[in-house]
Design a protein around this ligand. Sequence first.
Ligand code: MIC
Ligand code: SF4
Length: 694
Amino acid sequence: MNLSNKILSAHLVEGELKAGNEIGIRIDQTLTQDATGTMAYLQFEAMGVPRVKTELSVSYVDHNMLQQDFMNADDHQYLQSVAAKYGLYYSRPGNGICHQVHRERFGIPGKTLIGSDSHTPTCGGLGMIAIGAGGLDVALAMAGQPYVITTPKILGVKLTGTLQNWVSGKDVILELLRCLTCKGGINKIVEYYGPGVASLSMGDRFTITNMGAELGATTSVFPSDDVTRGYLKAQGRETSWTEQKADDDATFDRVEIRLHTKNDERALTAMKTENGASSFINLSVTEPDAAGFVVTSFDGVVIDLDKLEPMIAQPHSPDNVVTVKELEAQDLKAAQACIGSCTNSSYFDLSIAAHMLKDRSVNPGTSFTLTPGSKQVFEMIARHGQLADIIASGARILESACGPCIGMGQAPPSGSVSVRSFNRNFEGRSGTMDAKVYLASPETATAVALVGKIADPRHVAETFGIAPVKKEEPDSYLVNDKSVLPPTENPEGVTIVRGPNIKPIPEFAGMPDTLGGKVALKAGDNISTDHISPAGAKVLPLRSNIPAISEFTFTRVDPEFPKRCREWGGGFVLGGDNYGQGSSREHAALSPRFLGVTAVIVKQFNRIHRANLINFGILPLTFVNPDDYNGIDFADELELPNIGDTLRNATEQTGTLTLVNKTKGTECQVAYDLTERQRKILLAGGVLNLAKQK
Ligand code: MIC
Ligand code: SF4
């Protein structure tokens, strides 16, 4: 057995562990952050459960900390009082980014964790099954319900060799994104194994599992070995350690990825030619179909760490990856460089930057910001001297929080280049619509800050005479949990604080017999939840206020969308491949639902977003023939006749429906893939309605 299946089967409470089957797993731990947490706790409160039923649940505040007015502050008070009352730990603002703090202080090898944030898989670096989910699913887990997922396939990634100087975990995951694309991980767990694993620091492992989210993977997992034990010991938590590993004769699944000969040309070339560090086991690629799609299948990936070079993702997608060397020749001036985010803001990452900056100056053309990922990291770099070297170089130090990663401050100048150690570079996410955001390692970001343009850290180190850093975890981390408040012993004494920004969750009707309406939006491929429900300083404070936040729905794609939905009474949304990638935010389902969207019809969905659509009563459908997408236009009047009966009477999980285009007088087939539970949820108009009916 591989490790993923070992942990899943130890937690299996419903169904049979077979790829494609629906299973329910017991959840040991949950986490939320403030931007998704308020909704999750409003939903949890509505369930009427007096105390959380998990082994551990933590509520973090890390996204919304600008406090430009009362709204963020109201949310914080609400979250703190809910945590105290219902038995959760509360990580105060300033204590750090949820994924960084959770791995430091709470993650335990072999356990399961779900979190209302798509980068929850970070803790997979410890040998956990850690999955990102919608807030409602997290609320259900806190109420003791199993977490229901489609059993993923397990993709084995074998690591051989060792990372060379100036190459790090970030480059491993960027290399995988180059080959597999942002949809390559959909419905898969990526499991790392092989002789190269032992040489990876915990920091490298966490960066890799964190950014597995960008592959679209359900989660990613590393074995828990001596390196893990050393890390937990240094955190004063050695007793939490257990060995977790695949059997010696473990097998992995043969997996498939559908790619487009034109849109995914880079990935196809990367897979077929052995010009990089990765190779594919028993690769086969079908002939292109009429629409240009091919299906690639293989038994696993091998990455030779010896051969890996510094990599970089170009605008505006984490899978638009090339080597840094390739870009160097283009003389790309960078107005900004940033180190931070849950991907790369560890003690290690900041120490590398400090080492490179010591006695040197940040280039006058570049603003360089550094964010320590947690209070632990911040306090350690302060006590051990790195902070002084960072400040002396002219770099800027930010509070321990998500900050610029989610567009909360530090928007780059118009049309400029920003090189960030983060995980997402979707258009506009930085807060500047025409900024060109690149993603790279802390080594590369610091090299850029020193020379003011995109440069290979190996070359910069040579020019400046910077000695390579040895990647060793410290013998002990500075443990100070003052900013983590335990739940109160006396819950009756706690009153929940609800400021005016906390609005109740809107009520929705059940599914009508026939769904009809106009195409309110026809979107393309790779629509992220940042497109659907943007974040940033203006919008994030409205996360607990659905009517207000709905006014921003899809405005980055089409500013008229909310107004049109009000005029047309909602309608249908059409999309292409990988629809709903990125953030787990439920608002990307709740807001369209509030505006009257009843069905989303696309070529392919992202997992978390699809689950969120169902949870809030929006019907997710896919084109049987992806080409039919081309035959439907914006504002066409569509109808799905007898949908109520079809869902009520269905006996199979999958089936097809006729979609009538009344404007064009045509019809096409669309497919549903819904378990019995999901059909009931949709008929009821959402999970909360169904729970109330029960
Ligand atoms: C993100 O990185 O986009 C976020 C903000 O952390 C989201 C959650 C959110 O939208 O609140 C995520 O990744 O799930
Ligand atoms: Fe925060 Fe960015 Fe990580 Fe999301 S990706 S949790 S916004 S640091």
